[in-house]
Design a protein around this ligand. Structure first.
Ligand code: DX5
Ligand code: ZN
Length: 216
């Protein structure tokens, strides 16, 4: 499949949120990536329900929600109500991951499992046939604008092998430090979806940057 681009709202101008979401609407972006942080699972707090509800009203792209929170099960139904199309939970935050994945799918959302940089892809051996998406963190979650962790390239290759071996339908999404150079190498390694925050919103021309990322 042609790869997808999911700009991350975390690096948008929150004083001009509507303007920035309209920019996404009018761009070649495929999804809008929303980073939800609770200050417990990650050492930062981002934004919550009221903002997502508001963004959901004027965003025309599917919402790709990345939950960086403990006990994500508590909020699966809420994120469904708020209009999430893709719901990503962290492997490290889910004691009963199979149950969480089934709940997300039963509500009609795409179910994603996310791995922190230190978590090996081998932990997905049993669950990978059940998920729609695996997201690899290529930075430690919590902040935009961090340096890309180089090991993610090899890890993407290993994940792709596992997906093929287990006959899984899962697509591979990569989150953190994506730019033209890392993006290209990730796609070559087997990535299907690239998240980009600071590289898009920090660019002089974000719309053009999204188009360029689509053409990598
Ligand atoms: C980090 C978030 C990312 C972040 C990526 O915890 O999950 O989605 O917005 O930002 P960049 O692209 O700037 O690394
Ligand atoms: Zn994210």
């Amino acid at each position: 499949m042609a790869h997808l681009i999911a700009p991350s709202l975390l690096s948008a101008d929150f004083g001009n949120l509507r303007r920035d979401v309209e920019m996404i609407n009018n761009s070649e972006a495929d999804w809008l990536h929303l980073d939800i942080m609770d200050g417990v699972f990650v050492p930062n707090i981002s934004f919550g329900m009221p903002i997502i509800a508001s963004v959901g009203k004027f965003c025309t792209k599917p919402l790709d929600v990345h939950l960086m929170i403990v006990e994500p099960d508590k909020f699966i139904d809420d994120f469904h109500r708020l209009g999430a199309s893709v719901l990503n939970v962290h492997y490290e935050a889910c004691v009963h991951l199979h149950r969480s994945i089934q709940r997300i799918k039963s509500l009609g959302m795409k179910a994603g499992v996310t791995l922190n940089p230190h978590t090996p892809v081998s932990v997905l051996e049993e669950i990978v046939p059940d998920v729609d998406l695996v997201m690899l963190m290529s930075v430690n979650p919590g902040f935009g604008g961090q340096k890309f962790i180089e090991n993610t390239i090899d890890k993407t290759r290993r994940l792709k092998e596992l997906i093929v071996k287990r006959n899984s339908p899962a697509v591979i999404e990569i989150d953190g430090g994506v730019n033209y150079e890392t993006g290209k190498r990730l796609l070559d390694a087997g990535a299907d979806v690239l998240v980009a925050g600071s590289f898009v919103f920090g660019a002089e021309n974000p719309t053009e940057t999204i188009s360029n990322l689509k053409r990598l």
